[in-house]
Design a protein around this ligand. Structure first.
Ligand SMILES: NC(=O)C1=CN([C@@H]2O[C@H](COP(=O)(O)OP(=O)(O)OC[C@H]3O[C@@H](n4cnc5c(N)ncnc54)[C@H](O)[C@@H]3O)[C@@H](O)[C@H]2O)C=CC1
Ligand SMILES: O=C(O)CCC(=O)C(=O)O
Length: 517
């Protein structure tokens, strides 16, 4: 496969190369990928800066069509993309076909969002020249894009959270050129997807700097990208250490910039007493299905489950253990992620307060073996290390002595992407008393469901307080993600003739507006 990277739509190569790794075997795949040079990285950022003023003032219809053109270009290459992604990620074909559909659906959702125009946030305070004691000038504000955005693709969603994923789609929708740093676990997939975006840029006659894709196996170019003065915001999905490192780079710049990093979450699930009594075995089986889905490699994985000790919990555990014992080892995204999972499990099993309840067959250098662990509420509260994310097919059950301890455990947790309650009507009073805690802790609160699988929709919040993300005010999935890459500007007494179209009296773009006398 052609191992170039893409700078302003042009394929470029360099003397230094690296190879993709087959997830299932840990062996190098055929094809060399050029490592982006510092000069080409700087060129990508400069081209993005040069593209910005044109791209940001494209009419909503132009940007919407561009997003739809990317979706069509991806569909045209779907077979090649999915085939390469299967090799590089170890994820099965059905999952990757679904993920491609989610990716194109996401691009088309943002096309609708751009056309509807609410994102532009037009607000007009009409001039009040006769107002006493002071007249009011004409004031009108709108949202403008922040500037070129750096996007770091995630390893665990090689399509939906990667080169043409949610961060890229929302940044382009906002009017920001994008420079993607491909995840080194899927360089071939990234290049195929990047080529689809570059083709759409050309087809829509947009400036070439609207999109670039850089590649490297290490961290140097990614850090340099965040440090480059042309870059004005960062989107990231990955590890807590990676997110924190890039936040530090962004904060140390002469002009610090926002980093929207989605990092680590253990997604507590609480089984309330009436629900547990009513359907313990069914809950046990569904829990194992969620925690082991695609080797548990979801940031929404149910990492801890909290329930009151007693016969109902015993029935739940019996069903969960039976299901978990039958989970085969599954290929993990990279040998590095497989060994990080092993280390995470080892540290839990070495902990005196933790016991292994059930185990699937042992993993290998590339596969993760499923594990179910248990601890008591007091031990959990005494040891903050038990709240660390273990990325893979495992979960920790926290047995609490009474319902009061449920609240204590939830209060002890850091920020989360999700929090889940399983409840029946008799549980409503207890659930209502827990809701204020969950609101403080999580970005999404679920009843009677499982956190894996995020709907891409208008109301979705895939975010939450640190360390789930670096900024709890936003979401990285769904229509509201566009707001991360916009900022408000107010125009005071600016003549209509020179106002941008979004704010002109004639409203040529037909944007929704709020007007006040
Ligand atoms: N919560 C979540 O959504 C996810 C968490 N993870 C966690 O991350 C671990 C490693 O997985 P990866 O996906 O490879 O995440 P990662 O955070 O190591 O890498 C993500 C991206 O950031 C870059 N990066 C990482 N550290 C950097 C640094 N110090 N400076 C500059 N660039 C840096 C990498 O090159 C890559 O492009 C997993 O074992 C798991 O624990 C992984 C995927 C998703
Ligand atoms: O569960 C999902 O669909 C999304 C999960 C996610 O954002 C992640 O694992 O990085």
């Amino acid at each position: 496969m052609d191992g170039s990277y893409l700078i302003g739509g042009q394929r470029r190569t360099s003397a230094q190369t690296f190879q993709g790794i087959e997830a299932a075997t840990g062996q190098a795949l055929p094809g060399d990928f050029a490592v982006t040079t510092p000069e080409d990285l700087a060129l990508a950022c400069t081209l993005a800066e040069q593209a910005f003023d044109h791209f940001r003032e494209t009419a909503p219809e132009t940007r919407a069509t561009f997003l739809e053109t990317i979706a069509t270009a991806l569909e045209k290459r779907s077979e090649a993309i999915v085939a390469r992604a299967m090799l590089e990620s170890g994820l099965p074909q059905g999952r990757l076909n679904g993920e491609l559909g989610r990716t194109t659906g996401q691009l088309r959702l943002f096309a609708s969002v751009v056309r509807e125009g609410d994102w532009a946030g037009v607000v007009i305070d009409k001039a009040l020249p006769e107002r006493a004691p002071l007249p009011r000038p004409d004031l009108r504000s709108r949202q403008i894009p922040v500037g070129p955005v750096a996007v770091f693709g995630a390893s665990n969603f090689p399509l939906a959270f990667s080169v043409a994923g949610g961060d890229t789609a929302s940044a382009l929708a906002a009017g920001c050129p994008v420079v993607v740093k491909a995840h080194p676990a899927h360089p071939g997939t990234s290049l195929l997807v990047g080529q689809a975006i570059a083709e759409a840029v050309e087809q829509c006659s947009l400036p070439s700097g609207t999109f670039s894709l850089i590649q490297e196996p290490g961290y140097a170019m990614g850090s340099a990208l965040v440090a480059h003065p042309a870059i004005k915001a960062v989107g990231f999905t990955g590890s807590r250490s990676g997110g924190l490192a890039l936040m530090a780079v962004a904060a140390a710049r002469a002009e610090p910039i926002p980093v929207y990093a989605e990092m680590s979450s253990i997604n507590p699930v609480v089984l309330l007493p009436a629900a547990l009594a009513a359907r313990a075995p069914e809950l046990g089986r569904a829990y194992v299905a969620s925690l082991s889905l695609f080797a548990g490699q979801f940031c929404t994985n149910p990492g801890i489950l909290i329930a009151q000790t007693g016969p109902d919990l015993d029935r739940f555990l019996a069903a969960a253990c039976e299901a978990l014992n039958a989970v085969p080892p599954q290929v993990m995204l990279t040998p590095g992620i497989a060994s990080a999972y092993d280390r995470g499990i080892a540290s839990l099993t070495e902990n005196e307060g933790v016991q292994v309840l059930a185990a699937g067959a042992d993993g290998t250098a590339t596969c993760g073996g499923a594990r179910l662990l248990v601890t008591d509420g007091n031990d959990f509260l005494a040891d903050p290390s038990l709240t660390h994310e273990v990325f893979g097919p495992s979960s920790l059950i926290v047995r609490v002595r009474d319902t009061a301890q449920i609240a204590q455990i939830l209060e002890s947790l850091q920020g989360q992407l999700t929090a889940t309650l399983h409840l029946d009507e008799a549980d409503y009073p207890l659930a209502a008393s827990l809701l204020p805690i969950l609101e403080r802790k999580a970005g999404r609160i679920l009843a009677n469901g499982w956190p894996t699988g995020v709907e891409v929709s208008r109301s979705m919040v895939h975010g939450g307080p640190f360390p789930a993300t670096s900024d709890p005010r936003t979401t990285s999935v769904g229509a509201m993600a566009i707001h991360r890459f916009l900022r408000p500007v107010c125009y005071q007494a600016i003549p209509d003739a020179i106002l941008p179209p979004a704010l002109k009296a004639s409203n040529p773009q037909n944007l929704p507006r709020r007007e006040f006398d």
